[in-house]
Design a protein around this ligand. Structure first.
Ligand code: MRU
Length: 363
């Protein structure tokens, strides 16, 4: 059975609390927008695509619960306010901001339609949000397929060994995953020998979540500490590095989980192809280069404490950026989106050319 980070049916949303994994699989009810905001901020749900999906679905749930009698204008201002609030939950991943922009545009158009009623407005907005779930899974499967084929076509061996970072799987998305989706596709094609996944300090998304997904899918994998990546590249026959992204800007510079940048530097030194895998919804063409990305800084406790126990010397200062920016020049093998594999310099054109293929729809 596939892992489900998000359980949704009309009027009800539950998320698998990722802070409790892998020991406990507990689904938490998300009854409204404020509960989603908190779950995102506290990282009970995390991963750029999953953040956007849970944020938007919480709006669908709250809209569905709204008693009859509200005017379409009331519903529209509630939706716009909620979307604006959700964007403030975490700053680096662009997916929530992009989804909020797209839905806000939709709301503004819909509320002006002369034939729209409060009921039809609500129904169309909920349907629009629900479509995001299926689209994300479909996009991830395309990313997996494009990435796997590209890696195989360039590999020197019949089966490949992949190194990945953080968690980019079913838990970080609506399902299947981005970089982990590429790994899943390689595995289902019979072309994957082994995966190395990093622990991903300080929050351990690799050790807690990616390792959990790999074991769940019975994919042969080994966990390494982040400090072991250069050694692994030298000794373990890594064929390619594939990571996810939280925001890819117009020139291809990529914000991803802290530690990605050093992985890319080490991969270049060892002449190992370095890929970024992410849906086009993680791309932000409004920013020209990585220096413009706001990098979230998280509480020092995530570094000084482990499982509730202090491990660092009391009194020490802490710097805890949650992401780093990998310059496009280090993304040597390409950026994998649902449209294909692009050189960083071709990203803008690829996204613009494919923009008309947007499949989001109302019911
Ligand atoms: O802080 P997180 O766990 O929300 O970080 C997001 C990530 O999982 C990664 O950076 C990932 O590579 C991008 S999301 C598929």
């Amino acid at each position: 059975m596939s892992l489900q980070a998000v359980r949704y049916r009309r009027g009800s949303l539950q998320i698998l609390n990722q802070r409790l994994l892998p020991e406990h699989s507990v689904y938490e009810e998300i009854p409204d927008v404020q509960a989603a905001w908190r779950a995102i901020r506290e990282m009970q749900v995390r991963g750029a695509p999953a953040i956007a999906i849970v944020g938007c679905l919480s709006l669908a749930v709250e809209l569905h619960q709204r008693e009859e009698g509200a005017s379409r204008e009331d519903l529209a201002s509630f939706a716009l306010e909620s979307l604006g609030h959700l964007v403030t939950s975490r700053p680096t991943a662009v997916n929530m901001a992009r989804a909020a922009q797209e839905l806000s545009d939709f709301v503004t158009r819909e509320v002006k339609r002369p034939d729209s009623t409060a009921e039809s407005f609500k129904e169309n907005l909920i349907c629009r949000i629900e479509a995001m779930l299926d689209k994300d899974i479909q996009d991830n499967k395309s990313i997996g397929n494009h990435g796997a084929k590209h890696i195989i076509s360039r590999a020197k061996t019949e089966k490949v060994i992949i190194l990945t970072h953080c968690n980019t799987g079913s838990l970080a998305t609506a399902g299947y995953g981005t970089a982990l989706g590429v790994i899943r596709s390689l595995w289902s094609m019979g072309c994957l020998e082994h995966v190395y996944c990093t622990e991903t300090r300080p929050y351990n998304q690799g050790a807690r979540l990616t390792a959990y997904e790999l074991v769940h899918d019975k994919i042969p994998a080994t966990l390494i500490a982040d400090s072991m990546v250069s050694m692994a590249m030298k000794e373990k026959g890594i064929s390619a590095v594939v990571v996810g992204a939280d925001r890819i800007v117009a020139n291809g510079d990529t914000a991803n989980k802290i530690g990605t940048y050093q992985l890319a530097i080490a991969a270049l030194h060892h002449r190992i192809p370095f890929y970024v895998a992410a849906p086009s919804s993680s791309c932000d063409l409004t920013l020209e280069s990585g220096g413009q990305i706001v990098v979230e800084e998280r509480p020092g406790k995530e570094l000084t404490d482990f499982n509730g126990a202090r491990i660092a010397a009391p009194g020490i200062n802490v710097w805890n950026p949650a992401f780093d920016i990998t310059p496009h020049s280090l993304i040597t093998a390409g950026i994998i989106t649902e449209f294909g594999v692009h050189e960083p310099g071709e990203l803008r054109k690829a996204l613009t050319d494919n923009a008309h293929r947007d499949t989001s729809h109302t019911c």
